[in-house]
Design a protein around this ligand. Structure first.
Ligand code: CO
Ligand code: CO
Length: 362
């Protein structure tokens, strides 16, 4: 992958600026970002080690061919019979100890423990805040893939909405979305959250055997992975005639979503976008029922920087991609969330998700 080495070189520069001797990256999205791939992740020690002037990978022998077909990074392999001990002992870490090591926040703890035992680094920090400064700025190619992923999520939403009718379970709606994603070429379905009636008041409800009934609202929040990049969209369906309270709440949440997206442009702070959605909901008297941040960055991970929330004064910049997903949750009654993915452009914003914003009444 041509992008790999340039990103590794970019990280090496940051390591120097931050006085870090070596970065340790597991088979996570950080590795995908740097090399273009990550081998199958299991309990076998697999570590990409990046110092100022060297790059090495410790990998189990059984994954060696897969890795070398994608990248020419120097490899030290180990077999199940011998274990990773001597590979670690012969790695570039040996030349650095003691020093400052920056570790991948998402890698397994049992990868880090043998490193700590063998090398007792002076200081261990997280690589995540450093690598995030690269990952947060999406290239035009990355934005294009995220737009394709969003369009795919629109089509899966269509299938899920289509499947909504009284007597069908939340799980069956989730399956309709999952099937649509897979038939459409998604390599992985990340989540299919379907919450009907009172369940919709739990923002992270697990879709279950609960049956859809006439007179109830349904939150559908789905996302998948396309070429490594994630999608995330939420819409609301109502079966039958919604009452005044439901319609009013929906209008408020939708307006909050719009106001939030309209606020997005380079130079505006992340918290200003949160304030934009929150003030609409507060003015309508639902402030205490909007119980989460406005949004999260999206890329190789479903949740990554920037966090769209109070206290985050980070200024938005062209190439940042994140969700705008205000919600109102009235316990035992209803839950409404409208979620879109937006990309900051050079002079404003582009909404990547395209599914209709009207309340779907069936
Ligand atoms: Co979502
Ligand atoms: Co989201």
């Amino acid at each position: 992958m041509s992008k790999g080495p340039a990103r590794v070189a970019g990280l090496q520069k940051l390591l120097e600026q931050n006085h870090i001797d070596c970065a340790l990256i597991g088979p996570t999205t950080n590795m995908v970002y740097l090399l273009g791939i990550a081998p199958h992740s299991d309990e076998r020690l697999c570590l990409l080690m990046i110092s100022g002037d060297r790059v090495q990978m410790i990998a189990p022998e059984l994954n060696a061919d897969t890795i070398s077909s994608f990248t020419d990074v120097e490899m030290i392999t180990w077999t199940d019979a011998e274990g990773p001990g001597s590979a670690l002992a012969g790695s570039l870490l040996r030349t650095l100890s003691p020093g400052t090591v920056a570790v991948d926040g998402s890698m397994r703890a049992d990868f880090l423990l043998p490193v700590m035992e063998a090398f007792t680094p002076e200081r261990v920090v997280s690589i995540d805040p450093i690598i995030s400064t690269m990952r947060i700025h999406k290239s035009p190619e990355e934005v294009a893939i995220l737009a394709d992923a969003a369009a795919q999520a629109d089509r899966a939403m269509e299938a899920a909405v289509e499947a909504c009718r009284p007597g069908v379970t939340e799980q069956e709606i989730a399956w309709a979305a999952e099937e649509a994603f897979r038939k459409d070429g998604a390599e992985h379905v990340e989540f299919t959250l379907v919450a009907a009636g009172g369940n919709a008041a739990f923002p992270h409800h697990h879709s279950g055997e609960n049956m859809l009934r006439k007179g109830e609202g349904i939150i559908i929040d789905i996302g998948a992975s396309l070429k490594g990049y994630k999608s995330d969209i939420t819409r609301v369906v109502f079966l039958g005639e919604p009452d005044k309270q439901f319609l009013k709440t929906y209008e408020v949440v939708l307006l909050a979503n719009k106001k939030g997206r309209q606020t997005v442009k380079p130079g505006v702070s992340a918290e200003a976008v949160d304030s934009a959605t929150r003030s609409v909901i507060e003015e309508a008297g639902f402030g205490e029922y909007f119980i989460h941040r406005t949004g999260h960055g999206l890329g190789l991970d479903i949740h990554e920087l920037p966090w769209i929330q109070q206290g985050n004064e980070m200024l938005l910049d062209s190439g940042m991609v994140f969700s705008v997903e205000p919600g109102v949750y009235l316990p035992g009654k209803l839950g409404i969330r409208v979620e879109d993915i937006v990309a900051v452009t050079s002079d404003g914003v582009r909404t990547l998700t395209g599914y209709s914003h009207s309340l779907v009444i069936k």
